[in-house]
Design a protein around this ligand. Structure first.
Ligand code: PMP
Length: 393
């Protein structure tokens, strides 16, 4: 029999040997463009705070007011005593924002994917067809109830058609699931083609817009971006990135929402959001419905920074969004690159296998609406200096 200590120390030694063991860095200030991390002032290119809403005065105010009026916790799961009027208000606003009939919130984007997929899909009859680069929370949702899964090559529509053709005899439902924006590469799913194929073969579509909400479609996500309202059965999103707080949701039909309220396990067995978080998210949606300037600023910054990296000669892969990878190859080099950038005042997280393929390790950059031109120009100068030093460019 093995011991816990022996197992853990062996695994840790292997990670250290590969140069990929990491302790999380510690943020000592609020999450904005220039921050103090582990005692160093750095420009951060590592948060998902796309629109800068983590520090927005209107959202802070909404949270404080909700604490004063409703306290700090909801005290129960949604289906027992934890559905507050605020939860209902947020869901109505989210449904309108996503141009959908209804919406249901969860504690996080992760639990949304777990809850939605495992409640709706049936292992004995159904099939899930999944892009090979889908997020881990989608994969975990599929694993949770063991529904058979087929994977198609990343964004390969001929590959998706092939899987649909060979699955014609499935007796139950067929779900095609994709990220709207892929989190490690920043490329956009070909949603119009996916929806057309789903309609041709009688499948339905679930899109995870964690990195598209607040970014595409004037902040409303990939379904609105492509004008596919009413044709995407399940639009999953997170409230922790573009929206700046915490949580997840699915925008769907009223019937799907009603069913999930009976069956989705994170709804049934895990306490609902505290009122301050819900009020924060309501304030965020109100803001985005009335003002697109933050989304516009995000895109100006994204174009500026991406162009800068490309002009310096970095390999930025297939990025089309504010997520821009700088692909360097080996894991140890990616980590060294990230460490040197940090020493020079830029925080861009190294991302290594198994999160990305072993020969496509990278630092991932994400610009936000909060970055100034001056900060991005300074960050580019640091990338140039360190990139040359490590012979990456
Ligand atoms: N889906 C995708 C595509 C993501 O990138 C993430 C966040 N890393 C999630 C879901 C999970 O969202 P959350 O952090 O709100 O749990």
């Amino acid at each position: 029999m093995d011991t816990l200590q022996h197992f853990v120390s062996g695994e840790l030694a292997a990670l250290r040997e590969k140069g990929v063991f990491r302790r999380p860095r510690v943020l000592e200030t609020e999450q904005k463009a220039t921050v103090v991390i582990d005692g160093h002032e750095v420009i951060t290119l590592s948060s998902n705070n796309y629109l800068g809403l983590t520090v927005h005065p209107k959202l802070r105010e909404a949270a404080i007011q909700a604490i004063e009026k409703y306290g700090v916790g909801s005290g129960s799961v949604r289906t027992i005593a934890g559905t507050m009027a605020l939860h209902r208000e947020l869901e109505e606003k989210l449904a309108r924002f996503k141009h959908s009939e209804a919406a249901l919130t969860f504690q996080s984007g992760y639990t949304t994917n777990l809850g939605v997929i495992s409640a709706l899909m049936q292992p004995t009859t159904d099939l899930i067809i999944s892009d090979e680069l889908n997020h881990a929370s989608i994969i975990d949702g599929i694993r949770l109830n063991r529904t058979p899964r087929k994977v198609y090559p990343h964004k390969d529509m001929a590959g998706l058609r092939r899987v649909l053709v060979e699955s014609q005899d499935i007796s139950g439902k067929v779900m095609i699931v994709t990220d709207g924006v892929f989190s490690m590469d920043g490329d956009i799913a070909p949603l119009p083609e996916i929806v057309a194929l789903a309609e041709e073969y009688g499948a339905f579509v679930m899109v995870d817009d964690a990195h598209a909400s607040g970014v595409l479609g004037n902040g409303r996500g990939s379904t609105v971006h492509f004008g596919l309202e009413g044709r995407v059965a399940l639009q999953v999103g997170t409230l922790s990135k573009g929206i700046g707080a915490l949580g997840g949701y699915v925008a769907c039909s009223q019937d799907v929402k009603d069913f999930l309220l009976q069956r989705a396990r994170p709804v049934l067995f895990s306490t609902s959001h505290p009122p301050s978080v819900v009020a924060t998210c309501i304030a965020a949606i109100d803001l985005l419905e009335n003002d697109t300037s933050l989304v516009e600023r995000l895109w100006e910054n994204a174009h500026f920074f991406k162009r800068g990296l490309e002009q310096l000669g970095f390999n930025t892969g297939k990025s089309e969004t504010p997520i821009t990878p700088v692909i360097v190859g080996e894991g140890a080099l990616a980590m060294q690159f990230s460490d040197r950038l940090f020493e020079e005042g830029v925080f861009a997280q190294g991302i290594v296998f198994p999160t990305v393929p072993a020969d496509k390790c990278r630092v991932r950059t994400i610009v936000t609406a909060l970055h100034t031109n001056e900060e991005l120009t300074r960050a580019l100068a640091v990338f140039e200096k360190v990139g040359k030093e490590l012979h990456i460019i």
